[in-house]
Design a protein around this ligand. Structure first.
Ligand code: PMP
Length: 365
């Protein structure tokens, strides 16, 4: 017995951690800083860390109230009904729930290229096809309705990423609405706001709910995660906000106990710690500005907690930089073999990354 033919499925390439890299290079982990996976340089909210410890003794029981409490807390923040919040095992889990809720075998999903790999992976798992629209490097990865609609061909899900991974570009809400208006009635527009807290933009929850001058829509969903601004990537917690017309779908598509008790307790504590989020957002903004001003190469304008940088030969530069203790993301797997993506770090981390990359670039010239 073998698994079915999985040759069309590519494995998700997770960034390697400091321990792994240090072991491979036979070096002390203390020598490294990792700015490769858009993680929070301040770690989790201290309150979330306490909540995780306090929940530990209940780990033998199936999740109970925390899931409902967190759903209500999130729903209140967005001023939507509880049923519109679909908690999941990370933003990735929420992507799967949307695929399950929308796709039938053979249906296609339209994704950005370059873009976040899991959109396409999830579509394929759900026996769907994947089609792409191009965001052009020469056009600073700018996003608008025309760029997306040029490639649209009746796809059932259209992913927009704002801020976009890996470039950091964003899409205005009026363009999102235009896409929703000009696509078929059966098409869901998913606005992935995994990095939304870092951007000076309104969420696409407004057009779902018919606020801020938009008419309410039943064909837009928003994705959010606790992995970035909340510093909880390790607990795996994210959610989708869906239209109220979708109220009964979640119970039919979710995996039992969609988010763990530990994750939900951590989420409840983190969501209350505005100060931690604020500090994280400020750090990202300072780090972005520093990299833009001091890296001796082209840096794209970004509203995320990372910047995309033009370095010529990304594999080579990433390797040399890592050798000097700074781990950054080579964007070859995004189809950008000349770009690095650097996560915003603390002041010390950012300065070290900039100095190291400038040094490597100067040597390779
Ligand atoms: N969307 C985008 C654009 C991402 O970059 C990521 C994580 N790298 C996710 C969603 C999913 O994040 P998570 O599953 O950790 O919530």
């Amino acid at each position: 017995m073998q698994p079915r033919d999985l040759s069309d499925h590519v494995a998700y390439e997770a960034g390697r951690g400091i321990e792994e890299v240090a072991r491979e290079l036979d070096r002390d982990p203390e020598e490294f800083v990792k700015l490769a996976s858009n993680e929070n340089p301040h770690g989790p909210s201290p309150a979330a860390a306490v909540a995780i410890r306090e929940t530990a003794s209940n780990a033998s029981s199936y999740p109970k109230a925390a899931h409902a409490d967190l759903t209500t807390e999130i729903a209140d923040r967005w001023a939507v009904a509880d049923e519109q919040v679909w908690l999941a095992n990370g933003g990735d889990g929420a992507i799967d729930y949307l695929s399950r809720a929308v796709l039938e075998p053979g249906d296609s999903t339209l994704v950005p290229s370059p873009g976040f790999a899991y959109y396409g992976m999830s579509a394929r798992f759900h026996h769907g096809e994947v089609r792409e629209y191009e965001l052009s490097k020469d056009d600073d990865f700018s996003q608008d309705a025309e760029t997306v609609l040029e490639s649209y061909d009746g796809d059932r899900i259209v992913y927009l990423t704002s801020p976009h991974n890996p470039s950091g570009s964003t899409i205005p809400l009026k363009e999102v609405v235009e896409i929703a208006e000009r696509t078929d009635e059966k098409t869901l527009v998913v606005v992935d706001e995994a990095y939304g807290e870092f951007a000076d933009r309104k969420s696409a929850v407004a057009p779902i709910e018919g606020r801020d001058g938009f008419e309410a829509r039943d064909d837009i969903a928003v994705l959010r995660t606790f992995s970035k601004a909340y510093g909880l990537a390790g607990v795996r917690l994210g959610y989708a906000v869906v239209p109220d017309e979708w109220a009964d779908a979640y119970a039919r598509v979710n995996t039992p106990f969609a988010a763990s008790e530990l994750a939900c307790r951590a989420g409840l504590a983190a969501i209350d710690d505005d100060e931690h989020v604020q500090r994280t957002v400020e750090t990202a903004s300072d780090s972005r500005a520093y990299m833009r001003d001091n890296l001796e190469t082209h840096v794209w304008e970004s509203e995320g907690n990372f910047v995309l940088v033009d370095v010529g030969d990304a594999e080579r530069v990433a390797e040399e930089t890592q050798e000097r203790g700074v781990i950054v993301r080579d964007c070859t797997s995004f189809g950008l073999p000349d770009c690095l993506r650097i996560t915003c770090g603390t002041e010390t981390e950012t300065e070290r990354a900039v100095e190291t990359i400038n040094e490597v670039l100067a040597e390779l010239e």
